[in-house]
Design a protein. Sequence first.
Length: 259
Amino acid sequence: MNTSLKNKWIFITGASAGFGAEGARHFAREGANLILGARRVERLESVATECKQGGAASAHFHELDVASTESVNAFVDWLRTLTPKLDVLVNNAGGAHGMDTVAEGKDADWEAMVQSNFLGLMRVTRACLPLMVKNAGSTIINIGSIAGRVAYEYGSVYCGVKAAEKSITQTLRLELNGTGVRVGTLDPGLALTEFSMVRFKGDVEKAGKAYEGLDPLVAEDIAEAMIWMATRPPHVCIDEILIKCTAQAAIHKTHRVTD
Ligand code: NDP
Ligand code: 8X3
């Protein structure tokens, strides 16, 4: 039987925008309790309000910077005042910073990507595991990327941290074997969120070029997959999902229609 999400406790990192915010809205429709974290608290507040209006059993938010162990631990201490257990953890916070060759890469960009996508996932998971290991059927969904499967030029560190995400996901599945906790990676291709605006530091023209002439994925496509992964029966673990828009046959082959 499928797992019902009604009254279950869901923690989503990076819930202020994109996949995380849309995932929250989707879990809300299932009647779940939402715990939302990100750095932009005012954004979290409006997502939480939408979740409550959209059917959530409850929706809570708190500032979270996954790049800081102190912030992650303080967040999880606060989370423990809401619930002693977690049913779903979505490790979503992250993104790309810059698009340079290795020769021209910037330390600050590299560090930001390693801190959020890689170490952030490690810190959050470490802090949350005690709330999950005695909860058979609970689910960890790590948001990876097509970039973690196939490297591309100018993407070295982003591709590297998303490849690391896949490795961590596999390690966790091995370490948690026997606990009943499912661990999976959800790997999107090109998707229209704030991702490219962040990558190109607010340059609208450069960000727009990423999606020019094609219909990219949208956050809803990925939110639907989150729900599907989390609602499988407890004996089913979805190890990996790769979702691309139809126009993206492969990382280096996208069909674009330009006038
Ligand atoms: P968005 O930029 O729309 O959202 C990113 C989210 O991550 C925001 O809520 C942001 O919140 C949060 N975030 C970033 N850094 C931190 C941090 N240090 N601490 C806490 N939260 C943080 O992008 P997406 O929704 O597209 O990205 C979500 C995930 O999906 C990322 O891991 C990204 O790498 C991955 N991905 C994206 C793809 C795409 O094409 N869009 C494709 C494949 C994977 P705030 O700034 O408020 O802290
Ligand atoms: C985001 C997708 O192809 O821009 O992870 O790296 S891509």
